[in-house]
Ligand binder design. Structure first.
Ligand code: CAA
Length: 256
């Protein structure tokens, strides 16, 4: 029997990695509010944020499940996936949002910062998607949504590690989009431009001023504007969209 998710078998299940971060928090909020049974992973070093993070969700009556995982570690993701499916059921919608920056010019970049960013931003996408993709294929419905970056499309001074992961994420996405298509499993990237989150605080003020001047919309993205794109790609209305890299960048980078 074809799996029809919320239409015939109850609520669809969504899982967000990096769901307690700047963009992730808004993705979790938006999906939970849209009626999905929503879960989020968090890293052990974020444990102290959890109570404060859950407060506004609870105040809105939204019940979000949390799962500790090191997304850069395959075994940890296997364990997490088991816990997720036991608690929430099979995952229909996976949003890979966990990501970090360790910016520096290549000539100053320590190998540790190259490896760390590859592990956390790119290997994580394999580690997590590998857990849930086969089940989506079996049930003939699924959504993989990977949060990439405009800087993975155009490159950025000081971000050779980060841009490599975000560009790599899109290659991965296009490949699994082809593998999933016949089973109605879509895979897409979203590439945000500069978004108002804590990640921006690492950018020197002088550099930030220059960046703002280069944004046609003359402002940063709000996290909820990224979340709105996730909500659309997760929906049945987006069933025929797969393998794309959706720009949400205020017009800062346009390409064909
Ligand atoms: N283009 C050209 N030259 C630049 C430049 C740029 N974008 N940024 C810096 N430079 C120049 C500086 O003017 C400076 O020149 P001089 O030596 O002639 O003065 C030289 O490069 C060295 O710059 P810094 O003094 O800043 O060098 P640093 O080693 O202290 O720092 C840096 C370099 C780490 C790249 C720092 O400038 C930085 O953090 N830049 C911000 C990078 C950035 O935008 N990251 C995006 C984070 S947000 C994100 O990633 C989310 C997303 O997906 C969009």
């Amino acid at each position: 029997m074809d799996y029809k998710g919320e239409n015939e078998m109850g609520q669809r299940v969504a899982l967000v990695t990096g769901g307690v971060g700047g963009i992730g928090t808004e993705i979790v909020h938006t999906l939970a509010k849209a009626g999905y049974k929503t879960g989020s992973t968090y890293a052990s070093f974020e444990a102290n944020k959890i109570d404060g993070w859950q407060k506004p969700l609870k105040a809105e009556g939204l019940d979000v499940q949390l799962f500790e995982a090191d997304v850069s570690d395959f075994a940890s993701c296997e364990k997490m996936a088991k816990a997720v499916e036991e608690k929430m059921g099979p995952v229909d919608i996976l949003v890979n949002c966990a990501g970090i920056t360790r910016d520096s010019t290549l000539k100053k970049m320590p190998v540790e910062n190259w490896n760390l960013v590859i592990q956390v931003n790119l290997n994580s996408v394999f580690n997590v998607t590998r857990q849930f993709f086969p089940g989506m294929l079996d049930r003939n419905w699924g959504r993989i949504i990977n949060i990439a970056s405009m800087n993975g499309q155009k490159g950025m001074f000081g971000q050779s590690n980060y841009a490599a992961t975000k560009g790599g994420m899109h290659g991965f996405t296009m490949s699994i989009a082809q593998e999933g298509a016949r089973n109605a499993v879509t895979a897409n990237c979203i590439s945000p431009g500069y978004t108002a989150t804590e990640m921006m605080l690492a950018i020197p003020e002088k550099v930030m001023e220059g960046i703002k001047k280069g944004i046609p919309m003359q402002r940063l993205a709000e996290p909820r504007e990224i979340a709105a794109a996730v909500k659309f790609l997760a929906s049945d209305d987006a069933a025929y969209i797969t393998g794309v890299n959706l720009d949400v960048n205020g017009g800062m980078w346009m390409h064909h």
